[in-house]
Design a protein around this ligand. Structure first.
Ligand SMILES: Cc1cc2nc3c(=O)[nH]c(=O)nc-3n(C[C@H](O)[C@H](O)[C@H](O)COP(=O)(O)O)c2cc1C
Length: 204
């Protein structure tokens, strides 16, 4: 089967019953009947799926939500609605949603592999369409989650290459989302600097 990555937003159930919202890129088949999620063992999404093996994957063009969810939990939470097949709620606003159940979970490695089967699906509204600023925000959101993993200079230079796409093609939502991520990354890399300095001092 032809499989590819679908960048979406996954909602799972926290221990206290509240929803957890996280951008995740599962591998899917073209018809999206199955997903393979690869969350790190440190992620809330993994911990929730291990305990409560169901969730909802959303296709959305709302890159501001993706940006906010990438760097923490969106506050306030976006509106959610209950589903018939599972206990987890779905985002009220999205393009498409796919409720899934976990069929197999392999957490031997730090990056886990979680096989899921889609049990219910729906369409809410049209997808806006391709837009370079939206994709730039998506890439910046991934960079924001790679602080401490990728070298600071690489994050900085990649972010700089994305900025003109936002300047040229964004609307308000994309501009706000990119500014949020730019600010978060700036602060995150700044906070990282002392240890870098220690490392370079030690190298002298
Ligand atoms: C577009 C996008 C795709 C992502 N895909 C994954 C993924 O497949 N696996 C993963 O562990 N983290 C992925 N991340 C990073 C997580 O969203 C990030 O680590 C988040 O903080 C995890 O949230 P959680 O702890 O609430 O689960 C992705 C981020 C973005 C922006």
């Amino acid at each position: 089967v032809d499989e590819l990555i679908l960048e979406g937003v996954v909602v799972t159930l926290n221990l206290d019953g509240s929803p957890n919202i996280a951008p995740m890129g599962p591998r899917v088949d073209r018809d999206i009947t199955r997903l393979v999620l690869r969350p790190f063992r440190t992620s809330q999404t993994y911990q929730n799926l291990k305990r409560q093996p169901e969730g909802v994957l959303h296709v959305t063009d709302d890159v501001e939500l993706i940006a906010r969810a990438a760097i923490g939990q969106p506050d306030p939470l976006p509106p959610l609605v209950p589903l018939e097949s599972i206990r987890v709620l779905r985002l009220a606003d999205c393009c498409r949603w796919f409720a899934f159940r976990v069929t197999a979970l392999d957490d031997a490695d730090e990056r886990t592999t979680i096989q899921c089967r889609v049990v219910e699906r729906g369409t809410v509204r049209d997808f806006f369409g391709l837009n370079r600023a939206k994709h730039a925000v998506l890439e910046a959101a991934i960079l924001a989650t790679r602080i401490g993993i990728l070298p600071a200079d690489e994050i900085r230079s990649q972010l700089q290459r994305l900025a003109p796409l936002v300047q040229k093609t964004a609307g308000d939502q994309e501009r706000r989302a990119f500014a949020l991520l730019d600010d978060y990354i700036g602060k995150g890399l700044h906070a990282e600097r002392p240890s870098e300095r220690v490392a370079s001092d030690a190298a002298k």
